[in-house]
Design a protein around this ligand. Sequence first.
Ligand code: ADP
Ligand code: ZN
Ligand code: ZN
Length: 679
Amino acid sequence: MSHFADVVLPVPLPGLFTYALPPALEPQAQAGCRVSVPFGNKRTAVGLIVRLHDVAPVGVEVKSILDVLDHSPVILPHQLQLWQWISDYYLCTIGEVFKAALPGKGPLSRPPSRGKIVTSAAEEKAPNLIHSTSPLEGELPSLSPAQSAALSQIYKEWKSHSVCLLHGVTSSGKTEMYIHLIAQAIAQGKQVLYLLPEIVLTSQLTDRLRAVFGDRLGVYHSKFSDRQRSEVWLRQLSDHPYDIIVGVRSSVFLPFQRLGFVIVDEEHEVNFKQQDPAPRYNARNVAIMMASRAGARTLLGTATPSFESYYNARMGKYGLVTLTERYGSVQLPEINVIDVRELRRKRLMREPFSPQLLEAMQAALDGGEQVILFQNRRGYAPQVQCHVCGWVPRCPHCDVPLTLHKRSGRMTCHYCGYTTEIPAQCPACETPDLRGHGFGTERIEDDIARLFPAARIARMDLDTTRTRTAYEQIIDDFAAHRTDILVGTQMVTKGLDFEHVSVVGILAADTMLHQPDFRAYERSFQMMSQVAGRAGRRQRQGRVFLQTMDAQLPLIAQVVANDYATAYHDQMLERREFGYPPFTRMIIVYVKHRSASTAEAIAREATIQLRRSFGTRVLGPDEPPVARVSSLYIRRIILKFETTIPLPQVRQVLLDMRSTLLAQRFYSAAHIFFDVDPL
Ligand code: ADP
Ligand code: ZN
Ligand code: ZN
């Protein structure tokens, strides 16, 4: 007879919370059911029962569960184990994982005994299409000899490695190979998780997969409503779960009953890592862990492997399969390096555009082809400045200048969202004419419209893709050639597949390289190679125009030659010398406080404490590049330690440090958190 329940609550406090179970609720209560419980001052919270028992807690007042919200468990036992692993590894509470894992509102379990069980609209419409014994509703593409060879090699690698890295150049047909692997897995009665880094990629991909797998495919991402996500969740718990789930990072939290195969597409993407709030997990790594626990195989696919994954493959931890040719013998794009500094000196640049790029764009448009332009800043201009006195409007809450958004007539902070009208005159010197500096995608779009009045232009960035229909529309229009030029941020660099793109322009290639981050080189290489890879995918070789202020950079030559190996080896030498991942493990400790001096004091004390255990492995404290966000001052301490040091030991020191500091009265309002394997 159980009388108590240990409950996980969605709060940043460690451990489980014990509640008494009133007799009336006992029949319904099971581990894995959600409950409503009193928590804190007259508040209630929704928690999840982890276990039932009859051991009364000693010395504390035990409150009672108010209600059991589910008729049956809404998670599977192995999910709870994964949550525990995430909380241990990423130094957060299991409550924070719980909060991230479950979709918000909406029922996650079915009411008992109501005759016919209906789990979703799709199932109701087509009840007999779903069962996993039904044949496929489309045909598998026939693979090229190179693709077939790579496919057999993947199976071979999986005999000795649970993870295989597929390094295939852009447009080598990785997606077509995934389709074969998926078909094979579901033929064996297994489920498949297909992870993508970005929502914008899902619509193109699901069209391709639906054509083959029909209703066996479920889609899961954050632009779906809570209700839609709950429906997918419920379906995965049912007797007729989707065989294949395509989704972004949160889909690693879905219940899989017989997971057999995980694809992490574009595995190098930073979007797999959640920044804020906790859990600050990397969905690629969680997926690998989840798959290995389920005895499933994982395929990491990309044209530009993350240096960490490539290192793992070279060290023999992962299998490695390489595809060096594009499908249909299309050549990789020809990359033209444009020396912007030289052109500026000769006064040949037309604002951000080189004459070579403009000429190529004109030729493409004349020939009925399409163009993609990549600029990694959204908005009209990254900053506004008075050209008389130099005054720059800045965010009152963050240490950054405001970005000009001309369409909305406003200036916005890209860190906290603060927005204000553009002042009619400079508040410092009363000059009426404030000017935008630099080029964001909005301004590129305007300039292009002036230069190519007949062209149909679309822009894809955070501002134009706030809703699901909006980004789908942009992609559909471009795919159907209803637009000619697509201007966008890093969103256009991702694995999109368009037929008629013959010209790609990278407007400011080296901006990424100058970021203060040991991964800047790797990122720049990936970004440029990926965006270049959008050109000339079907018939003819495409052309890329890479505009740079420093044409002599070794990186540029490596991108031009598509020389991944050299970029990797050069960086590995540096990382080994300076002790960066993958040769070390990195954890960043963040301290945030409303007062700059308190943040500083805490960070100093934390550093002293950590040095006692870790010595010179502790670097800092310092200020991050943006040292104040949403009125909180930020300090950070960087820990770099040998990969051989056991993580539990490190974890304990960090947690102890945090609890001693937060126990001090003057520090109690601080936020101290950890970013494990930061990206
Ligand atoms: P990647 O994911 O490697 O960039 P894709 O899978 O998108 O490449 O393939 C690029 C293009 O080539 C797509 O339009 C795809 O339909 C086509 N393609 C690739 N392999 C095949 C194949 N075996 N049969 C037919 N078309 C293919
Ligand atoms: Zn002024
Ligand atoms: Zn701000």
